[in-house]
Design a protein around this ligand. Structure first.
Ligand SMILES: [Fe+2]
Ligand SMILES: [Fe+2]
Length: 279
């Protein structure tokens, strides 16, 4: 039986994670794989990973994470912001991997059809702690606590003045694309960040949530008829439900995170057909 599978946050700069990726295989040759961002900071690593997966799966769908968008000093590719994103999109196209810039695909396997929509929405510092009114105040608190996302140093928003301005543009473009999707077909939305805020409530550092999404997508799972929402970034793999819609956090995460868990790392998450509920 053919399946729609998902994973994210492969972070293959860690050799243990690279080994896990080398062992990732479909259950059947007709399976599709959704990769919800944070493959690596280095363009050559992204190319190696998505190239390997594209050879093994019938279709690979990618949405960018913040790590792909970093301009890391160790990466020979020093493109920034939008240029870096477009470079990755072209790289994916060369590998036959579907990106947020390509026409949405239709999955016709079990429980289909569904429209598979990879998204690039970013974040806008609106997941603030209670009582914190502005981005500036939230950032000041985060810096004071020493809980600052490396994006502030390495994720350049060029040509936009700020990351939140880039997010604003991405929201407008993504809404336009989703509104123009095929009518009457449920969606599988694939975004690096959770579309709703709730999954960030269990984070160890609540100050970090400002780098984890935007309030502007809070109703997208309903508005755009989602069957399932796939995301990563939090490195807290789990399944939750909002308004009857399944949200799957599908991250592998860092070795220090997956090593203590009792489940083996790198298991692909089943999106469709829907996994049977555990009694
Ligand atoms: Fe990650
Ligand atoms: Fe991330």
């Amino acid at each position: 039986m053919t399946s729609l599978l998902a994973i994210s946050d492969l972070h293959i700069g860690y050799k243990e994670n690279r080994r896990i990726v080398e062992e990732l295989r479909p259950l059947s040759t007709s399976d599709w794989l959704l990769v919800a961002g944070d493959v690596s900071e280095k363009v050559s690593d992204v190319e190696w990973t998505l190239g390997l997966l594209a050879e093994r799966f019938e279709k690979v769908v990618w949405a960018p994470g913040n790590h792909e968008l970093w301009t890391h000093p160790s990466d020979p590719v020093q493109l920034r912001g939008e240029e870096r994103y477009r470079h990755l999109v072209e790289l994916c196209r060369g590998l036959g991997v579907t990106t947020p810039e390509d026409p949405y695909l239709t999955w016709t396997g079990p429980e289909g059809p569904v429209t598979v929509a990879p998204l690039f929405v970013l974040y806008d510092y609106t997941f603030r702690m209670p009582g914190v009114a502005t981005k500036e105040e939230a950032l000041a608190i985060a810096y004071d606590k020493g809980v600052v996302c490396t994006d502030e140093m390495l994720l350049h928003p060029d040509p936009y003045p700020t990351r939140d301005a880039w997010c604003e543009a991405r929201i407008a473009e993504t809404e336009r694309r989703l509104e123009a999707r095929p009518p009457g077909v449920p969606t599988v939305l694939v975004n690096h960040y959770p579309l709703v805020r709730d999954p960030t409530q269990v984070m160890y550092h609540p100050e970090f949530a400002i780098w984890c999404g935007t309030e502007r997508t809070a109703d997208w799972h309903v508005r755009f008829d989602a069957h399932t929402v796939v995301y990563g970034h939090l490195h807290i793999p789990r399944t939750t439900w909002y308004d009857g819609v399944r949200f799957e956090e599908v991250s592998l995460g860092y070795p220090r995170e997956w090593r203590p868990r009792s489940t083996p790392p790198g298991r692909l998450r089943h999106i469709l057909p829907s996994p049977r509920p555990v009694a």
